[in-house]
Design a protein around this ligand. Structure first.
Ligand SMILES: C[S@@+](CC[C@H](N)C(=O)[O-])C[C@H]1O[C@@H](n2cnc3c(N)ncnc32)[C@H](O)[C@@H]1O
Length: 263
């Protein structure tokens, strides 16, 4: 049933207020030290009293620090990065290469390279991005209404030269600059064991998932950054349809990510 417009604006107001309070909590060192003393995890929309000892692991810590260095600032993504590192550690044991569509400054991909000691891995890492934000022409009306284009213009200034410098120390890393899906056909990638998709809009994301699906080896991981994330429902709907078509299911994670294992 159609909701009364004033109900919708009140709901929006409270959600935005709640979001601002949460953002204040994530970045506030005093609140974070209280959380730490009480063994509470609280950032990035996720609050948990469950064990999160991964945060004390020196390998995790140095990988996460590398992500911050690449990005220029912390994104408070510890549990998300933990999931990414787990996925990469699983995938690295399979045949095939690593791909990320939606790299930005390389927070997650740099953490992974640090964690896996990339220069000794012997695989290729293909990094697809415009390196200056979303391709406006691919953003759906529903996503436009959610403010995706304005957000992209605000948050993603051109970063290509910095990103190139960031990855210089790693072997076998290829940056593919331009809009997905057009750029997918410009490189020859035969087998993929790890595919991270994080472009904040579903048209290129689904195109990338379709393109790489036959190239994914059995057991390969697709990590969807925004699958269950608040405010990104169009991507969830599109990937649910993708999953139905492929006869698979997506593990919805409390971090907002979605996880697919290729059968
Ligand atoms: C949320 S950021 C990615 C964050 C990244 N995974 C990290 O670890 O920091 C989304 C990225 O997707 C890129 N992007 C969005 N649409 C794209 C498209 N059609 N083709 C290529 N890149 C795209 C943007 O330029 C932006 O850098």
């Amino acid at each position: 049933m159609e909701k009364h417009p004033s109900h919708t604006s009140i709901k929006r107001f409270f959600l935005s207020l709640f979001g601002n309070v949460l953002n204040f909590i994530y970045v506030n060192p005093c609140i974070q030290s209280v959380f730490s003393a009480l063994s509470i995890y609280g950032e990035d929309g996720l609050f948990s009293m469950h064990n999160h000892d991964f945060m004390k692991d020196p390998h995790f810590r140095s990988a996460y620090r590398r992500g911050i260095q690449a990005n220029g600032k912390d994104l408070y993504w510890k549990w998300r990065v933990h999931v990414g590192l787990w996925a990469a550690s699983h995938a690295v044991q399979l045949d095939g290469d690593f791909v990320e569509c939606g790299v930005n400054r390389g927070f997650l991909s740099s953490s992974i390279m640090e964690y896996l000691h990339w220069n000794s891995v012997g695989k290729k890492f293909y990094l697809f991005d415009t390196f200056h934000g979303l391709d406006d022409d691919l953003v759906s009306p529903e996503e436009k209404a959610l403010g995706r284009i304005e957000e992209s213009h605000r948050v993603y200034p051109d970063c290509y030269m910095e990103v190139k410098k960031n990855f210089q120390k790693y072997k076998n890393v290829t940056l593919i600059r331009g809009s997905v899906p057009s750029t997918l056909f410009t490189v020859s990638i035969r087998r993929v064991c790890y595919l991270s998709i994080d472009m904040n809009n579903y048209t290129p994301e689904i195109a990338a998932a379709e393109y790489f699906w036959p190239k994914l080896v059995p057991g390969a991981i697709i990590l969807l950054d925004d699958y269950a994330y608040k405010g990104f429902l169009p991507q969830k709907k599109a990937f649910d349809a993708f999953a139905r078509k492929k006869g698979i299911s997506i593990l919805s994670l409390p971090t907002g990510q979605g996880l697919i294992i290729k059968p």
